[in-house]
Design a protein around this ligand. Structure first.
Ligand code: SAH
Length: 356
């Protein structure tokens, strides 16, 4: 709580340096690239924060064809990425077998790890995709404040398991499980943000995505129709600084987790956001592979970073940023708990001493 409330630049520099040290010690200097394919913008849900919500009639919806998805996966492989992430709204037309076939194809034709991020699906579907070869699943729990969560994330069917339960189930199924939160949701207190970080550790997550909440004018939370009450002074800010602090504390509490420097962070600071995230504890970036004609339409929030850039431009730009930081692009799938040879060398006695 004290760290989350800290504003003094010299103290914050200490926090980021501490997190950066822990990052280097536990996951090394490799930055893993996860190619993001936003396969459908259709959504059955009414999340109060997200531009893809069913009630947003202003959005033109698209669903990629399987050949288009496979083309993107091929490109990921060619560009040397270790992972593709298939992400979408909660779209019932993405049938369990259709997704399973795509996963099987990618696993057969490439060396890529496959991450799914398709929202809340049934345990049976998640099991079948795991059997088809899916390696990881991303499902942010958004906030650990239960009341706030229910208000901003209305249930679709009563009695469905919540996201925390699904994350535990994903782990049982042998997935690497990824959770995460938005920082600065209206109604989110600094205290609950501290609780979010503790929850990452309790759930023992393999991947943790943290980004600023960005208001979308076509949503109830973004246009002010929904205003969760909160005492003045307790609201967590959706500022860059708050996001960096959250990333840094998460790295310190979850030393070997894979933590991306998110696109939402790059959206609120287009020049430095991504790099600063990597300097405050993050070790993953997610270059966008979605065909440019669809990119703008996957509008979870407005003004998304890199919507005009082609996959090749994104690739070049991110690699450049990683080099500037004196880090290198990770090879292989970048599973949790695997260190690259170049990174292992830092586990030498003199550095362990330095930590003491
Ligand atoms: N349908 C999938 C993928 C959703 S998009 C799912 O629900 O898991 C991925 C993430 O984008 C969400 O989990 C949420 O944390 C984030 N997001 C959605 N709306 C946002 C907003 N307005 N500002 C910042 N992040 C947002």
């Amino acid at each position: 709580m004290e760290w989350l409330k800290e504003r003094k630049p010299s103290r914050l520099r200490e926090l980021y340096a501490w997190a950066d040290f822990v990052r280097k010690r536990h996951v090394g200097d490799a930055v893993h690239l996860r190619g993001l394919i936003e396969i459908s913008s259709y959504c059955e849900r009414q999340c109060m924060y997200c531009g893809l919500r069913k009630g947003n009639r202003t959005l033109t919806r698209y669903r990629m064809r399987s050949e288009e998805i496979l083309e993107c996966a091929r490109l990921a492989n060619l560009l040397g990425y270790g992972t593709v992430v298939l992400q979408a709204g909660e779209d019932d037309a993405l049938t369990v077998n259709w997704i399973a076939e795509i996963v099987q194809w990618i696993k057969r034709e490439t060396a890529l790890a496959v991450t799914l991020s398709l929202g809340e699906r049934t345990r049976g579907e998640m099991r079948l995709w795991r059997e088809a070869g899916a390696d990881r699943y991303l499902l942010r729990f958004e906030t650990s404040d239960w009341e706030l969560y229910r208000r901003i994330h209305p249930q679709r069917f009563p009695e469905t398991p919540d996201r925390m339960d699904l994350l535990r189930e994903l782990k049982r199924l042998g997935y690497e499980a990824g959770g995460g939160v938005m920082v600065g949701i209206p109604g989110q207190s600094v205290e609950s943000l501290a609780e979010d970080i503790v929850t990452f550790r309790t759930l023992d997550l393999d991947m943790i995505g943290i980004g600023p909440y960005i208001p979308h004018a076509s949503t109830p939370l973004g246009n002010g129709t929904l205003r969760p009450a909160i005492a003045v002074g307790e609201q967590a800010q959706s500022s860059e600084e708050m996001v960096y602090k959250t990333i840094a504390l998460t790295r310190i509490l979850c030393p070997d987790a894979n933590i991306p420097s998110t696109t939402a962070l790059a959206t609120i600071n287009k020049t430095h956001g991504r790099k600063n995230g990597l300097k405050a504890g993050a070790n993953v970036v997610m270059p966008n592979l979605t065909p440019v004609r669809y990119r703008r339409l996957y509008e979870i929030y407005p003004e998304k970073a890199c919507v005009e850039e082609s996959a090749l431009d994104c690739n070049e730009c991110l690699r450049g940023q990683i080099r500037t930081l004196g880090r290198f692009v990770g090879r292989g799938q970048g599973r949790r708990g695997t260190l690259e040879p170049a990174a292992q060398s830092i586990l030498q006695p003199e550095l362990v001493q330095l930590q003491v």
